[in-house]
Design a protein around this ligand. Structure first.
Ligand SMILES: *Cc1c(COP(=O)(O)O)cnc(C)c1O
Length: 315
């Protein structure tokens, strides 16, 4: 008799439920930049990644709707076929400027950027050194890379150094989130930059949560730490503080050329829609003067001071 699929699935669902880990979708009605209706009740969103409120910014909405009217929605093909336009190219230039690199390459999402990048860089004689708390897309990229994987203790440059010294692989890659998505803490970027000066390796950082949040120009934690110029590949997403959708890798012209010829999550996936990119471009220009970033940090201080006072008071 053939295996009963629904009982196979039910068994797994029951196991998840018994561990309190069974998740489901919740349909929300957005009613403002940081407010939604949930089950008919208005609630404040504290879980969104739209740190600067750019997803609903007036200029961003305007740019997206004008682009949709002018060009339509679907990009009609993969980047290497016919999906690449001047708007894609202009956004890549703007992202390279933000990240202080020669150029950038857009990916359909940040997830696909990490998966495509790491699988394009790995070889059997490569060891990838990956922080223990790196994002799932980095972990999956490592799995696809056909390389050896060496996980170092979270945010621990000393442990990384020990592992680098013990490794005899011809090619070494170090990959880390800049700001860790679940804990909100930071990678020791300056210490890793010092290691790079002594031990030859390729360096990949993921700035998903730090772009437009850190750095004098919003370039991320790498800009804030003054190490942008020694990072080989700065991965980022358009879907967090930039308030749109999509991913990118900021890097050199030569590296971009290799990626666009070899990163399969890029080659075999449709390019990003023009209205989404018009939105991202408008978002970058709306954030350009740093005023929204200052507001974010004022709000962060206000919330954390209030919570500290609340927690230190009588319970
Ligand atoms: C959110 C996130 C991603 C994925 O980006 P998407 O554009 O949402 O696919 C990758 N890396 C990190 C660290 C993230 O937090």
């Amino acid at each position: 008799m053939s295996q009963d699929e629904s009982s196979w699935v039910m068994e797994r669902i029951t196991a998840l439920r018994s561990q309190n880990r069974l998740r489901n979708t919740v349909a929300l009605d957005p009613i403002g930049p940081s407010e939604v209706h949930r089950d008919g009740r208005p609630v404040l969103l504290f879980s969104a990644n739209d740190y600067l409120g750019l997803s609903t910014h007036e200029q961003v909405r305007q740019a997206a709707s004008e682009a949709a009217q002018r060009y339509g929605m679907g990009p009609r093909g993969a980047t290497l076929v016919c999906g690449h336009t001047h708007i894609h190219a202009e956004l890549e230039t703007a992202l390279a400027e933000l990240k202080q690199t020669e150029t950038a390459l857009l990916f359909p999402s940040g997830y696909q950027a990490n998966v495509g990048l790491l699988s394009a860089l790995g070889t059997p004689d490569t060891t990838i050194f990956s922080d223990a708390l790196n994002h799932a897309s980095i972990i999956d990229g490592c799995r696809l890379a056909r390389a050896r994987i060496s996980v170092f203790d979270h945010a621990d440059a000393e442990d990384l150094k020990r592992q680098l010294l013990a490794c005899s692989s011809a090619r070494k890659i170090v990959v880390t989130d800049e700001v860790f998505s679940m804990d909100g803490d930071h990678a020791p970027l300056r210490a890793i930059a010092e290691l790079k000066a002594r031990h030859n390796f390729t360096w990949v950082t993921d700035s998903a949560h730090s772009t437009l949040v850190f750095g004098p120009n919003g370039g991320g934690l790498a800009e804030a730490a003054g190490v942008s110029s020694v990072i080989d590949y700065q991965v980022g997403t358009l879907s967090k503080a930039i308030g749109a959708q999509g991913g990118f890798v900021a890097t050199s012209h030569t590296n971009r050329s290799w990626l666009l010829n070899s990163a399969r999550s890029f080659v075999f996936s449709t390019a990003l829609p023009i209205p989404v990119l018009a939105a991202a471009r408008a978002a970058l220009s709306a954030a350009g003067d740093g005023v929204l970033r200052e507001t974010l940090w004022r709000n962060i201080r206000y919330l954390s001071t209030g919570l500290d006072a609340e927690l230190s008071g009588p319970i």
